[in-house]
Write a protein that binds this ligand. Structure first.
Ligand SMILES: [Fe+2]
Ligand SMILES: [Fe+2]
Length: 192
């Protein structure tokens, strides 16, 4: 299933990131930690969805590994985690649209996870392309490749429980919402 974002982040966005790279790394480390937690919270809330528990757990491990890698990069640059958590204005804009029924909520969360991964893919790629420092360029180019696999993964999980038609229809609606939310957010040195 293909995901085409409705709003393309302008290239110039990456310049602002590179000018505030330390701040970006703080946010990025948090984002990786949070997506790992999100995977395991789906496991906690939907323990009966046994077809996807192994994959969710594996994805949580991979995201935690990304956290470890970002943290190592921070350490190399002499940075420590500052414990300041930016308000997640991105998710705050999207989550009110999540349906409240058990199944609706389940599907929406998986779709939003895919879209958020896709947004990450788009932006890691931009950072990788714009970076001049070799280790930063390598890191983000590599990460972009890895996150690409996660986009499909969450959608595939959904196909165990919902028809392709239903997924596609809801995907389109949530893509429109995500595009609107993202286009209105002020630029920050943050992945979302
Ligand atoms: Fe990740
Ligand atoms: Fe990911």
């Amino acid at each position: 299933m293909e995901i085409k974002l409705k709003y393309d982040t302008p290239k110039e966005w990456a310049n602002q990131v590179l000018e505030n790279l330390d701040e970006f790394l703080q946010d990025h480390a948090d984002a990786e930690r949070k997506v790992s937690t999100m995977c395991m919270s789906i496991v906690a809330k939907y323990p009966d969805r046994s077809k996807i528990i192994a994959e969710l757990t594996q994805t949580a491990v991979e995201e935690l590994l990304h956290f470890k890698q970002v943290y190592e990069l921070m350490q190399k640059r002499g940075l420590t985690l500052n414990g300041k958590f930016n308000q997640d204005t991105y998710l705050k804009g999207i989550l009110p649209h999540v349906r409240t029924s058990r199944d609706g909520r389940f599907l929406d969360r998986l779709i939003i996870a895919s879209i958020a991964e896709m947004r990450g893919v788009e932006r890691f790629k931009l950072v990788g392309e714009a970076a001049e420092e070799e280790d930063i360029k390598k890191f983000y180019t590599n990460l972009y490749q890895q996150e690409k696999a996660h986009v499909d993964l969450f959608l595939k999980m959904a196909t165990h429980y919902f028809s392709e038609e239903e997924i596609k229809e809801r995907l389109e609606e949530l893509l429109i919402i995500e595009g609107e939310v993202t286009s209105k957010l002020p630029w920050r040195p943050a992945i979302h």
